[in-house]
Design a binder for this molecule. Sequence first.
Ligand SMILES: Nc1nc2c(ncn2[C@@H]2O[C@H](COP(=O)(O)OP(=O)(O)O)[C@@H](O)[C@H]2O)c(=O)[nH]1
Ligand SMILES: [Mg+2]
Length: 206
Amino acid sequence: MPIINYRTREVNCKIVYVGPSLGGKTTNIQNIHQIIPDVNKTKLSSINTEGDRTLFFDYFSLDLDDIAGFKTKFLVYGVPGQPYYRSTRKMVLNGVDGLVFVADSDKSRMADNIESLEDTKSMLKEYGYDYQTMPMVFQYNKRDLFFITPVAEFDEVINDRKCKSFEAVAIENKGVVETFRAVCGEVVHKLTQQLAQQYGGSSSFR
Ligand SMILES: Nc1nc2c(ncn2[C@@H]2O[C@H](COP(=O)(O)OP(=O)(O)O)[C@@H](O)[C@H]2O)c(=O)[nH]1
Ligand SMILES: [Mg+2]
């Protein structure tokens, strides 16, 4: 549930990019950050090692127009994918409102995709979050590679919830904005439902 401040009429929605290490999470976040106009975003903080790997997490926030009279802010995070950094990943997932699972299409990485998805599910469970109802989209990244996992196999094996999915080449900025827009849409959809419930089913909150 997004953090709602009724006094200031502000809502914070936390979106987290998860997936196997080197799948393209940071590339997605960097590109989205570049595209968004300067006026309504914070600086992108990334702490990377030499190998361009996220050590801690990637983070920026952006302000959106009002939703139902509430000033809405999206906090965008990318976790480190390496199995070793589980505790950092878990910390970043605390309070998550929407997930993007960035899968690596490189055929040789299917086991890593599966392991990462299972790891994500188990961490959500530890927090008491319901994987089945969490706003989520899937991105099948690195479609430019030669030996890739077919979309049908991803749909079957990875996208078990049948969420929206997008093919992407994050380094060429293909599918990046579409993925981000979709997860924001899912989060806003759930948020408006929750606000409507809290306001006794009214569709107007002003
Ligand atoms: N060929 C190819 N490489 C990509 C793509 N997206 C990201 N990469 C590369 O994959 C590596 C890991 O990307 P990064 O965004 O750091 O992955 P993260 O560990 O998930 O944050 C980098 O060298 C990227 O340039 C893509 O669509 N195609
Ligand atoms: Mg990274």
